[in-house]
Design a protein around this ligand. Structure first.
Ligand code: UD1
Length: 381
């Protein structure tokens, strides 16, 4: 069986890495890896391929940045001839970025079924570009691989037939667990001269937080107060850097702006942090597994298991609320979260197993909740 596996932006790389490792182990499957080039800076892309031992992409579409329409259209135009030439049995896409929806749409229109990894997540907020990408990709995918139980309910509510839906766990957590020893050896704390549990980590890149000058101003009011209590290490996304450069209120002595970090350094920095403040999706999940308090600078999350089971708290953008929550985290006991179901390091193997079994019978599957016992059965067979 031949798959085209698609990645494009930074959060995709940790989701495809274990899928590529799982495919490499199988004699009955091969993958053509397509990088759309949505992210292209070395620190946003190449570094992750090296650290996560992802094979070099077979094709790079080189689309780069642009408006949503331009970027999505460019990916579609450039992936189409690749899919026609490669004629894969299926296309596998991950996450919710523009590259995800663009490749899924192009693929189904060529009659090539799509597997969507991280299906079913919903924030309920259609002003987020990712929410539109999620809804569209799920509606047209043949296999929907769900990472947390809320995804099963969301897809059922949207009328997606059960036989397309597979609860497999979280491939990004596969990567986290398999890179733990390596990231523990990172020297990033010494390089930044910070001590374990004596600093906070911040990431910010959502358009609703950084492109809206007023919203960014409110976050900076909270950050001004927090950095007086604890140093805040801020690896800055390229989208955000340009916005901060224009502002005097972003120049704060305890807010340390640094370049984007590689995966291993970033995971080390997060795992030893007293607190993480973020508007990222993936970091809400990683902090839940690492048991690190996470304050999400948004009013909603598409990953509710991180709140109901993990260490995540939604704090929105109100400066007082953010500051109070940060102080509670710094002064109070560590949250006693638990790791959501099937976030156990085996998600990618489940994805690959399901796709391989369904070859040629894409419409005839049954809902599968694949757990450890089923995996053992697969392995024995
Ligand atoms: C994209 C995803 C978002 C994801 C985020 C992770 C969409 C709609 N958004 O947002 O879901 O959470 O990636 O990072 O797909 N830039 C560079 N170098 C790069 C990449 C981007 O300088 O390697 C700059 C460019 O100025 C670009 C801007 O960042 O215009 C935004 O990049 P883009 O890929 O459009 O969106 P992100 O904000 O990164």
């Amino acid at each position: 069986m031949k798959l085209v596996v698609v990645c494009g932006a930074r959060p995709n790389f940790m989701k495809i890495a274990p899928i590529m490792w799982a495919i490499q182990k199988r004699a009955d499957m091969s993958a053509v890896l397509v990088h759309t080039g949505q992210h292209y800076d070395r620190k946003m892309s190449e570094l992750f391929f090296e650290e996560l031992r992802i094979p070099a992409p077979d094709v790079n579409l080189g689309v780069g940045s642009g408006s949503h329409a331009a970027q999505t259209a460019d990916v579609m135009k450039k992936i189409e001839p690749i899919l026609i030439e490669e004629r894969p049995d299926a296309t596998l896409v991950v996450g919710d970025v523009n590259s995800t929806v663009a490749c899924a749409l192009t693929s189904v229109k060529l009659g090539i079924p799509v597997a969507h990894v991280e299906a079913g997540l919903r924030s309920g907020d259609r002003s987020m570009p990712e929410e539109i990408n999620r809804i569209v990709t799920d509606a047209i995918s043949e296999w929907l691989f769900v990472s947390e139980r809320s995804g099963l309910e969301n897809l059922r509510r949207e009328g997606i037939p059960d036989h397309r839906v597979h609860f497999v766990g979280n491939t990004m957590i596969d990567t986290l667990l398999s890179c733990r020893d390596q990231s523990d050896r990172s020297t990033i704390l010494a390089e930044l001269a910070v001590a374990p549990k004596k600093y906070a980590v911040l990431t910010l890149h959502r358009p609703s937080n950084v492109d809206d000058a007023e919203a960014l101003g409110r976050l900076l009011v909270a950050l001004r107060r927090i950095q007086e209590e604890v140093p805040v290490i801020f690896p800055v996304h390229p989208r955000t850097r340009a916005k901060l450069a224009e502002r005097e209120d972003a120049k704060l002595p305890g807010l340390r702006l640094i370049d984007p970090l590689g995966y291993l350094d970033f995971m080390k920095l997060v795992s030893d942090a007293a607190l993480v403040l973020t508007d990222s999706g993936g970091i809400q999940e990683e902090t839940t597994v690492l048991g690190v308090p996470c304050l999400t600078l948004r009013d909603n999350t598409e990953r509710p298991a991180t709140v109901s089971e993990g260490t995540n708290v939604l704090v929105g953008r109100d400066p007082d609320r953010i500051f109070d929550a940060a102080m509670d985290s710094l002064r109070g006991p560590r949250p006693a979260g638990r790791v959501p179901e099937l976030w156990d390091g085996g998600a990618a193997a489940r994805v690959v197993e399901v796709v391989s079994k369904h070859k040629g019978t894409a419409n005839k599957g049954v809902t599968s909740i694949v757990g450890r016992s089923e995996m053992q059965e697969f392995q024995q067979n």
